[in-house]
Design a protein around this ligand. Structure first.
Ligand SMILES: Cc1cc2nc3c(=O)[nH]c(=O)nc-3n(C[C@H](O)[C@H](O)[C@H](O)COP(=O)(O)O)c2cc1C
Length: 402
């Protein structure tokens, strides 16, 4: 039975979501609700954050080449598509994000429900504070099976157990993240002692307490959740978070791993973190079914190319062999349309849905998805395109020299 405080909090999330009209609004509202270390964990990136910025500037440098006189008015363009055989209501999926429970206690469950309500895919991070089964059940409410992102927590043996469990729990696609050989140098996080495994030790609490005190709504909800930050997948392997992480980082993923992964996973496999034509070919040759062009939102190796630029190279190399996904810097529906015109099957978002969650729980994520959907729809109409399937390179001009 929801209590009065639950009602109050729900109403508040609804009101805040109502004030959110852009992804930038979500970011601003998130910054107001969560303590600074939590905001910086979402917003920050590695090194001087040059790749974070490059993702945006490169997307903005792509120009549209619209067709006039061909718009059909209502009903509007068809946004529905399929990704790896999975029907989705729009070409926009949710990227895996770790430690979402710190943003709001409903974390990945809220993300999965919001994605399901929008008819699209939720990808669960290995670094979740919720069990695979909880998240799968939440996604199932919307009828779209979720995807699972693999970090080899607990080393190869742990990873095999996680993969088997994800299959049993109803996850449909396995996303293997390749770019996290070690955690990136996220300088903002250093200030608060926030490094994996995240835990409320003395240093974190000392750094967070005064900052949390001025964020009462976050504090009330986090306290009701008993400040749970545990790494559920480590616990499920019977390991401490530190042990699971040490074993994972002791054996970062290699192309050979796709061999055993294929033996344990019958569904499609996506290689996430590919940035070059050569690696895209290598991923498919090693057994992946698709690649996700990603620089981890600039959170891993700073100084790598913007993903929209890498996308051009990767689509040219393997676009005829596999679907290509992309994430990094997508903040507007128009950005998504640019990626589709270049040749991506769908774009994915990490920070935008995290900001929505941090600002206003599930209603915040739902609103972010609604805002992006409306902008994809509007952009297609203004381009004179009747469906996402009709987009191609003739609809964009890439900067030269790129
Ligand atoms: C707070 C945060 C946590 C993340 N955690 C993970 C993770 O656990 N696994 C993973 O593969 N990617 C992770 N990512 C990267 C995202 O999946 C995605 O590649 C990136 O956020 C895309 O860039 P965008 O934030 O500009 O949309 C994380 C990103 C953020 C912002």
């Amino acid at each position: 039975m929801p209590s009065r405080i639950d009602d109050l909090l729900d109403r508040r999330h609804g009101r805040v979501a109502g004030r959110l009209h852009t992804v930038d609004d979500a970011r601003r509202l998130a910054r107001r609700r969560v303590p600074r270390p939590v905001f910086d964990y979402i917003d920050g990136a590695a090194g001087s954050e040059s790749t974070l910025e490059a993702n945006r500037t490169a997307l903005e440098a792509v120009e549209f080449l619209p067709r006039m006189g061909v718009s059909r008015g209502f009903p509007g363009p068809d946004l529905a598509t399929t990704v790896l055989g999975q029907p989705v209501s729009m070409p926009l999926l949710l990227s895996p994000v770790g430690f979402t429970r710190m943003m709001h206690p409903s974390g990945d469950v809220a993300g999965a429900r919001a994605a399901g309500a929008a008819g699209t895919v939720f990808t669960l991070s290995s670094m979740s504070g919720h069990t695979m089964e909880e998240v799968s059940a939440a996604a199932a409410e919307g009828g779209v099976p979720p995807w699972f992102q693999l970090y080899s927590l607990g080393g190869r043996q742990g990873a095999e157990q996680l993969v088997d469990r994800a299959g049993r729990a109803g996850f449909r696609v396995l996303v293997v993240t390749l770019d996290t050989q070690v955690p990136g140098n996220r300088e903002r996080d250093l200030r608060y002692g926030l490094s994996p495994p995240l835990q409320l030790d003395r240093r974190t609490v000392t750094a967070m307490a005064p900052l949390a005190a001025v964020r009462p709504w976050w504090l009330v909800e986090a306290a009701r959740d008993r400040f749970r930050l545990e790494l559920v997948n480590a616990a499920s392997l019977g390991m401490s978070a530190t042990d699971a992480l040490v074993r994972w980082l002791g054996a970062p993923p290699t192309w050979e791993d796709f061999g055993w992964i294929r033996e344990h996973w019958t569904g499609p496999v996506v290689a996430k973190g590919v940035l070059t034509a050569e690696d895209a070919r290598r991923a498919l040759d090693s057994g992946a079914d698709a690649v996700c062009v990603s620089n981890h939102g600039g959170r891993q190796l700073d100084g790598v190319p913007a993903t929209i630029r890498a996308l051009v190279e990767v689509v040219d190399a393997v676009g005829d062999r596999s679907e290509v996904l992309v994430d990094g810097g997508f903040r507007r529906g128009a950005d998504v349309v640019k990626a589709l015109a270049v040749g991506a099957r769908a774009a994915m978002i990490g920070r935008p849905w995290s900001f929505g969650l941090a600002a206003a729980a599930q209603p915040g994520v739902e609103k972010v998805l609604a805002v992006l959907r409306a902008d994809i729809d509007r952009t297609l109409r203004l381009l004179g395109v009747g469906s996402v399937a009709d987009l191609d390179r003739s609809h964009v001009r890439l900067p030269a020299p790129w």
